[in-house]
Ligand binder design. Sequence first.
Ligand SMILES: [Zn+2]
Ligand SMILES: [Zn+2]
Length: 116
Amino acid sequence: MYVKITVDDEFATQDIEIELNAHNIYAKCPKCGKEFQVDPIEWAHDFPEFNWGHRPFCDECSNRKSSLTARCTRCGHIWNISAKKVIPKSGFLCWDCSYRDKLIKKGILKGGKENG
Ligand SMILES: [Zn+2]
Ligand SMILES: [Zn+2]
């Protein structure tokens, strides 16, 4: 795949072909103006309604805008959560750990803390 652009000056018209690969595609963040690399495949994957008029935000701006990172206080697992989600006082528990807790409470699974 390549991008083809036509350059013409007073002497000649020339087609320039620019090989397209994952490392030479850039975008400018509409928010902070930072130039950054984009992977169109990943991008199209993130935005199913992809179209060429879209202007992606850089990582920093898009993270600040739409999501936060949560870290499980028990196992250290890190995942993305919505910025709207309320952070519990005791910190986050990942799905695995909270499910485990539920099973322990129900007596299906034996927990680590057994005081009799
Ligand atoms: Zn930005
Ligand atoms: Zn966990």
